[in-house]
Design a protein around this ligand. Structure first.
Ligand code: C2E
Ligand code: CA
Ligand code: CA
Length: 446
């Protein structure tokens, strides 16, 4: 594809090419296969303009377009529609999943940063709306219109995702207020809360810690999942104040529980990519630990493989710097990326957290069973603790116990719950009972 210059002649020739390409693909169509039509927009690209100026923005736009075009050419064709919007027409594919996989592959290429001058880097994310021929329309105009509606829906939900068009999107569209504005208000109005999911030692059944998980209690829309707003918070930079808020709340809670006598309890806190690249992260975290009088080893930071991959070589330096704080570090969602193993060799991690996708129905999935066994064996040889996340059933639990997994987290024991409920949970009660049994003076004092 030629470099982007949004001149009228260029656009009209793109539109003609698009029509011709669609006609040829739909003629090849065999009636059984599906043709995906995507509408893609670079999320909040105006901000790049505002932050870095036109010249850098143009260069970034060209780089992002090139990256996009390279991938799309394996599956179909890319067309520039206007300013930051593109249309992608895919060659026929056997099913909807195959179309969704292409969208996923596109989003994946944007998980890598773009280099800027002075050793800096930035992210560009994309929102993709998908329509399918002939389910969502027989002609290109209708398909594009519907893909565009789906794309707007993704943008409103924070971007950096893909979504198939649904007729239901046409209802109530105008009432939707911007999630970003709402999120800013949520921070000011204290609508963000941290809840806790227990981590359990799989051999003894005892409580070993908790993962702090964010929730947004919205007065009108109810509970909003972090999956919906963390990508937006990342994109807009709001993750920095939100991340601080989570650290403060989780550390304050840990301090309270420790003051009440709880021992051998680690608080795990998620760290997103943007937080990880914060220049003063080390200083901020050490100040929070001091403010709450915590030992660094009582806190564990959870970092995903994709966060590390997105930072390239710099991530090893950053990991090592974090390690000097004395906190524990866990490799979250292990197995879902493609370079987790290479990070393990740098000895920065204390824990490997096996992703839920391997745990689900492991008793009926011999391939996943082999993978889990291999991960546990390897991690133990490297002196790493292994925790399985998303354990839902007794069968999954039994498998993990047989494989010598160390800890588990999942609905089989408890969903993430509010602090007050956590304190009443049988695990917490047991933890305090154990404490009282070991220390007679505490029993007398109680
Ligand atoms: P994650 O770090 O992988 O967190 C685990 C997710 O799995 C949580 O989703 C948890 O509720 C869910 N989960 C736990 N046990 C089970 C189970 O047995 N079955 C199933 N189906 N799910 C289970 P949640 O709370 O919706 O969080 C989603 C993601 O949002 C987290 O994934 C994390 O990436 C992000 N997140 C949540 N809180 C924070 C935060 O404070 N900071 C940052 N940066 N990210 C956060
Ligand atoms: Ca996590
Ligand atoms: Ca995880």
């Amino acid at each position: 594809m030629t470099k982007i210059k949004p001149a009228a002649t260029h656009l009209s020739s793109q539109t003609n090419n698009l029509k011709t390409f669609f006609q040829s693909v739909s003629r090849e169509h065999d009636g059984e296969s599906l043709i995906g039509v995507f509408c893609l927009v670079f999320d909040r690209f105006q901000r790049v303009n505002a932050n870095f100026g036109h010249e850098v923005a143009n260069h970034l736009f060209a780089q992002a377009t090139e990256r996009l075009n390279e991938l799309v050419s394996c599956y179909g064709r890319l067309f520039h529609l206007n300013s930051f919007e593109f249309c992608i027409v895919l060659n026929p594919l056997p099913n909807k999943q195959a179309i969704a996989d292409v969208a996923q592959a596109i989003l994946q290429i944007f998980s890598q940063t773009f280099p800027l001058a002075n050793d800096q880097e930035t992210f560009i994310n994309a929102s993709i709306g998908m329509a399918v021929y002939a389910r969502d329309g027989f002609d290109l105009d209708t398909l594009l219109k519907n893909a565009h509606i789906a794309m707007l829906r993704v943008s409103q939900q924070g971007g950096n995702q893909s979504l198939f068009y649904s007729m239901a999107f046409n209802v109530g569209q105008s009432n939707f207020t911007s999630l970003e504005t709402e999120l800013r208000k949520a921070i000011a109005r204290n609508q963000l809360e941290v809840i806790y999911q227990p981590k359990i030692n799989i051999q003894t059944g005892q409580l070993t810690g908790a993962e702090a998980l964010l929730r947004w209690f919205h007065p009108d829309h109810g509970l909003i999942s972090p999956k919906q707003f963390i990508p937006l918070a990342e994109e807009t930079g709001l993750i920095i104040p939100i991340g601080d808020l989570v650290f403060h709340k989780a550390c304050r809670q840990l301090r309270q529980w420790k003051a009440a006598g709880l021992q051998d309890f680690t608080m795990s806190i998620n760290l997103s990519a943007r937080q990880f690249t914060q220049l003063d992260l080390h200083q901020r975290l050490s100040q929070i630990l001091i403010d709450h009088q915590l030992q660094p080893q009582d806190v564990e930071l959870e970092l995903t493989e994709s966060t590390l991959v997105s930072q390239g070589d710099a991530s090893i330096r950053r990991l090592k710097a974090l390690k000097t704080l004395g906190v524990q570090i866990s490799l979250d969602d292990f197995g879902t990326g493609y370079s987790g193993l290479s990070y393990l060799q740098h000895a920065c991690f204390d824990t490997v957290k096996i992703d839920r996708s391997f745990i689900r129905q492991v008793q009926n999935n011999p391939a996943n069973a082999i993978i889990i066994k291999a991960i546990i064996g390897m991690a133990h040889k490297l002196n790493l603790k292994v925790i399985a996340e998303g354990v839902e059933s007794q069968e999954e639990l039994e498998f993990l116990r047989q494989f010598n997994c160390d800890e588990i987290q999942g609905f089989v024991f408890s969903r993430p719950i509010q602090a007050a409920e956590f304190e009443r949970s049988p695990f917490m009660v047991n933890a305090f009972e154990r404490l009282f049994q070991n220390d007679k003076s505490l029993i007398l004092a109680a």
